[in-house]
Design a protein around this ligand. Structure first.
Ligand code: SF4
Ligand code: SF4
Length: 442
């Protein structure tokens, strides 16, 4: 096993970022000193299959990546957090671990959002991350399964040039597939046989935390985890197209302050000062969005569990996350940093995944999406310089350069936090600017 600094450097140079969707640079997390590294295999976004497929087909790489993360952070304990219902996956992981004692498996309940890292840390270790805090505040580093797979690849000299994604919903052949970074989302949909519905609405990231894809020519990036294809008139498509002014007005007119949204909020259940029903009350009272009374919204993790909880189908989660974004934009800092205790009723206020899927009218799309090998030579990729949290990369190539898969085409700004970007196909650079590098195959 490599020395700590070698692991961090290899992961940084390979451009590894959090595979759960946020795309935070992994090398930064690996520089912390931790007691425990938790591998996040909860995969709680409904209908996602990437991490399950990786645990089935690439368990050795995931475990090697977890051990490397433990070594880098000095953690003596590693935990694989996997839903208990996935008996075969757990059996496969146990077989791979043999009699090892440095890594254990925590069997998680089938709830949403069990993959939220604060929820996961409590479920696994019974430690409560403080308000506005992160897992390292309680001695943990949480890494997504695909991230750990990529850590192992980085240690073997392979940078991140591909992404595993699930394409599911109203498509001919739902699947999980490995694609080069930078292909279009339309090409990704084609791999699943294309939509089976006219005017589909595509949620990049899934039903709960995903965002509507505005342009199918947009590239698959390190942030892409799933493309959920829905009919135009599906309840989620309609909700996501509803303008903010409309769902704000609906909430002001119809919210009866029943508190159900707050009762089911996973961060409120940690004892944190986020109460979506109160935000609606403040909206109705005409309190300016950036008023300090709104500051509890800064503790929102954007999971939209509260939308599910609302008996009259309002959108308290969208209201909370929009207020949070307004506050951040206005430069306000989170004022809440208390150490808290979980709500004593936490366990009775969890959202069962099967109920959620039915409530969201997704049961007909709840099918297998097996990892499928495809043999397609992609002709063109567009690699944005910003596909991670932190500073954008800067182009490391110029128009006309010939590149091979794995060559760096974007580099980290000196002294800044960010990750490099690598060519995902062999070819010639056709565009290179601070937005993106475009490569066309020869
Ligand atoms: S989206 Fe709703 S449930 Fe989720 S953290 Fe924010 S307020 Fe709580
Ligand atoms: S659950 Fe719905 S109706 Fe009840 S307080 Fe929250 S937003 Fe209002």
């Amino acid at each position: 096993m490599e020395a700590t600094q070698e692991i961090v450097t290899a992961v940084q140079q390979a451009g590894v970022t959090g595979g759960g969707g946020a795309s935070f640079p992994t090398y930064v997390k690996l520089q912390a000193q931790a007691e425990v590294v938790i591998a996040n295999g909860a995969e709680c976004e409904p209908l996602t299959h990437v991490d399950k497929q990786l645990m089935i087909h690439h368990a050795p790489e995931v475990i090697t990546g977890l051990r490397a993360a433990m070594q880098a952070t000095g953690a003596r304990q590693g935990v694989l957090g996997v839903k208990g219902k996935f008996k075969e996956i757990i059996a496969g992981l146990r077989a791979e671990l043999g009699g090892a004692t440095d890594i254990t498996i925590a069997e998680l309940g089938n709830f949403y959002p069990s993959g939220d890292e604060q929820v996961l840390v409590y479920d696994v270790l019974k430690r409560v991350v403080p308000e506005g805090g992160i897992p390292i505040d309680v001695g943990c580093v949480v890494q997504n399964i695909e991230t750990l797979y990529n850590v192992t690849a980085a240690l073997n000299g392979r940078p991140v040039t591909e992404k595993y994604i699930t394409v599911i919903g109203a498509v001919r052949q739902p699947l999980t597939v490995k694609v080069p970074l930078g292909i279009t989302k339309r090409e990704a949909l084609d791999l699943a046989g294309g939509p089976t519905t006219p005017d589909p609405v595509i949620l990049d990231g899934g039903a709960m935390m995903g965002e509507v894809v505005g342009d199918l020519n947009d590239p698959v990036t390190k942030r892409t985890k799933m493309l959920l294809v829905l009919p135009y008139d599906h309840q989620l498509s309609v909700k996501r197209r509803t303008p903010r002014s409309v769902f704000d007005a609906q909430a002001i007119a119809s919210c009866d302050q029943c508190y159900m949204c707050t009762d089911f909020c996973p961060r409120y259940a940690q004892g944190h000062a986020i109460q979506p029903h109160k935000l609606i009350l403040l909206l109705a009272s005409g309190v300016p969005l950036t008023d300090a009374q709104m500051a509890g919204a800064m503790l929102c993790c954007e999971c939209r569990t509260c939308n599910y909880a609302c008996p009259v189908h309002l959108s308290p989660g969208d209201i909370a996350l929009n207020i949070k974004r307004d506050l951040v934009q206005a430069g306000l800092k989170n004022p809440y940093h208390r150490t808290t205790e979980v709500d004593p009723y936490r366990e009775y206020r969890r959202v069962p995944m099967t109920r959620l899927i039915h409530r969201l009218d997704l049961a007909k799309y709840d099918v297998a999406a097996p990892l499928t090998a495809v043999d397609v030579q992609f002709k063109r990729v567009r690699l944005p310089m910003q596909q991670h949290i932190g500073m954008p990369a800067t182009p490391a190539v110029k128009v006309g350069d010939t590149v091979k898969v794995g060559d760096p085409v974007g580099e980290i700004v000196k002294g800044g936090m960010g990750t490099p970007i690598h060519a995902s196909i062999d070819g010639v650079v056709r565009e290179a600017n601070f937005e993106a590098v475009v490569i066309e195959a020869n």
